[in-house]
Design a protein around this ligand. Structure first.
Ligand code: ZN
Length: 107
């Protein structure tokens, strides 16, 4: 991929790598030099920047939703468990006699 000739426009992946800073300082300088001369690549870079911001915002929102969902699931489980344990206590405290009676009726 050649980026040091200012007549060649920069490919999207080059611009993305430039945004991420994933290249040598010499390449960054060459790209900056091209961007200074070329409005077409500058506007492409601006578009990519906006797209990257949108994508990271969407990702952040989605992971927040997922956290909310798992918290809700945990709460539902804890409520269910508390209700279950309360039922059990209720059952053992108040119903042994009824069960004996029921056992007698069935026998
Ligand atoms: Zn260009």
């Amino acid at each position: 991929m050649r980026i040091n000739r200012s007549r060649e426009h920069l490919a999207d992946e080059v611009l993305v790598a430039y945004l991420d800073g994933e290249m040598s300082k010499a390449r960054m300088r060459a790209i900056r030099a091209h961007l200074n001369l070329c409005w077409k690549c500058r506007s492409a870079l601006a578009e990519l920047e906006t797209a990257a911001e949108d994508a990271s915002r969407l990702l952040a929102e989605r992971s927040k939703d997922e956290i909310d969902r798992s918290l809700q699931a945990r709460e539902r489980f804890l409520r269910w468990r508390a209700a279950f344990e309360a039922d059990q206590k209720f059952f053992f405290k108040c119903h042994p006699h009824d069960w004996v009676v029921a056992g007698c009726v069935l026998a």
